[in-house]
Ligand binder design. Structure first.
Ligand code: PEP
Ligand code: MN
Length: 346
């Protein structure tokens, strides 16, 4: 259920509706909009009795939300969600945004390997106009014998590079044990494919107040993915960014099958921004540029790309990782395509 307030509703009238929802044993989610505030209601098992709310001053109408993912649905929030971030690397007064009409780039190595390569990557990316660096300190590897990431030491490296350069950090949280440490180091917390339905982890990041990049599960339907986003939002963290990274199919010409066809329905059903990761989506660096451009054309709100100073010697995912030269080339093509599509590159 969604309570839509009148344009002229006062803060006090909104507070009274919030209290009335709580008195019914339900959870209110105030959603301020450009012209009016709406208040989402969750926590009900059956239908909500709308009568005690309808009569309150300042209430315009009550709308039933039919989708099981309430807060993530467009029914609840018709306008696109745009996440705004303050980063030290930005000129003062300006903010980084993720969501239509901006097209936001996140790039960097699969893993934190040492401080010099993270520093070098940050400087390169800032020179390319990219303000968000991705790199995992905790790595979810298929084999227990593969490099598992530098852990806490990797987080410390990310923090120091952030302090020195001002670049924003996107890094993965794999388990609730490290939640505080990752939250302190990250500007955006990545939830990996293999954890898309780790409900304790989703509830934990729902308590945070930093954006969450939620990768699509290896075999997740769009509805399951949006229900995972709903777990985070139900905790009061509305800053969820979806990330398509390929799903498992019968195809073996690429590591995964990058499902760009999920973008239009995701946009139709949800107001959340959606990024694409063509690196994991294809698994081969030669295929990354074509799918990156296709993502922009298909309506994605940005990209997550693996790039490394020496990809052939990367500790993880080297085969799908672009060199700096390859990344710079791709940035040129993206800028050229973004203009006619009226997207602002960030
Ligand atoms: C990654 O981003 O390096 C990663 C492990 O991604 P995914 O969870 O999509 O496999
Ligand atoms: Mn990787």
């Amino acid at each position: 259920m969604l309570v839509v307030m009148q344009k002229v509703a006062t803060a006090e009238q909104i507070a009274r509706v919030v209290e009335a929802i709580e008195r019914l044993g339900l959870t209110p989610h105030p959603l301020p909009g450009a012209t009016r505030t709406a208040i989402g209601i969750t926590g009900n098992v059956g239908a909500v009795d709308s009568r005690p709310l309808e009569v309150l001053p300042g209430v315009m109408e009550l709308i039933r939300v039919t989708k099981p993912f309430k807060l993530a649905s467009r029914e609840m929030h018709p306008a696109d969600t745009v996440i705004e971030m303050n980063l030290p690397a930005l000129p003062s007064g300006s903010r980084l945004t993720i969501g239509t009409p901006t097209f936001t780039m996140i790039a960097g190595p699969c893993s934190v390997e040492n401080e010099a390569m993270i520093q070098q990557t940050a400087e390169f990316l800032l020179g390319q106009g990219v303000r968000l660096l991705r790199a995992g300190a905790f790595k979810p590897r298929t084999s227990p014998y593969s490099f598992q990431g530098m852990g806490r030491e990797g987080l410390d490296i990310l923090k120091r590079v952030r302090d020195r350069t001002g670049i924003g950090i996107v890094t993965e949280l794999m388990d609730t044990d490290n939640a505080d440490a990752v939250e302190a180091a990250a500007d955006i917390i990545q939830i990996g494919t293999r954890n898309m339905q780790n409900f304790s982890l989703l509830k934990r990041v729902g308590q945070m107040r930093k954006p969450v990049l939620l990768k699509r599960g290896l075999s997740a339907t769009l509805e399951e993915w949006l229900m995972a986003a709903e777990y985070v939002m139900a905790g009061g963290n509305y800053q969820v960014i979806l990330c398509e990274r390929g799903v498992r199919t019968f195809s073996d010409h690429s590591r995964n099958t990058l499902d760009l066809s999920v973008i239009p329905p995701a946009k139709k059903l949800s107001h959340l921004p959606i990024l694409v990761d063509p690196s994991h989506g294809t698994g081969k660096r030669d295929y990354v540029p074509a799918m990156a451009l296709a993502s922009l054309a298909a309506g994605a709100d940005g990209l997550l790309i693996e790039a490394h100073p020496d990809p052939d010697h990367a500790q993880s995912d080297g085969a799908q990782t672009l060199s700096f030269e390859g990344f710079a080339q791709l940035m040129k093509s993206l800028h050229a395509l973004a203009e006619p599509l009226q997207r602002t590159m960030m």
